[in-house]
Design a protein around this ligand. Structure first.
Ligand SMILES: [Zn+2]
Length: 139
């Protein structure tokens, strides 16, 4: 499955088109734009796809995800479609999130008040950590 999208028109009708300087070259069938992808190990690629989908499920908007991960909101919405992700309604809670360094994260968690009455997940994000929190037990 290809998850590449054209950097110009965001279309995902991409075909391989030779290798240049040991980089795979691609052609966008939609706008005929050639581009190469910077040693995108499939690993890095999958990593950001997973993060983006996680955040989407947590109720973040495409634009918020774009700001956090640095992947365009169009690409994120393509991933959501590709994987056929259905978001549950978040009518009863409103997640907030913080991006913290390791030390900031420790400081944050030291304070018990931050933990009481709330649900949260911590997920790695590059060299930082993202804490998503919601007040779970409110009605
Ligand atoms: Zn294109």
């Amino acid at each position: 499955m290809e998850l590449l999208t054209c950097p110009k028109c965001q279309n995902d009708h991409i075909v391989k088109s030779g290798v240049i300087n040991r980089k795979q070259r691609y052609l966008c069938k939609n706008c005929k734009y050639f581009f190469t992808v910077n040693k995108i190990g499939k690993k890095i690629d999958d990593y950001y796809v997973t993060k983006a989908l996680q955040l989407y499920l947590e109720g973040l908007s495409y634009r918020e995800i774009e700001r956090i991960i640095g992947v365009s909101h169009v690409t994120v919405s393509n991933w959501v479609k590709t994987f056929n992700i259905k978001k549950p309604s978040h009518a009863n809670y409103h997640p907030t999130y913080k991006i913290l360094s390791h030390l900031e994260l420790i400081e944050y968690l030291k304070n018990k008040d931050q933990l009481s009455g709330a649900g949260m997940i911590i997920t790695e994000l590059g060299d930082k950590f993202m804490l998503i929190k919601w007040e779970r037990f409110k009605d």
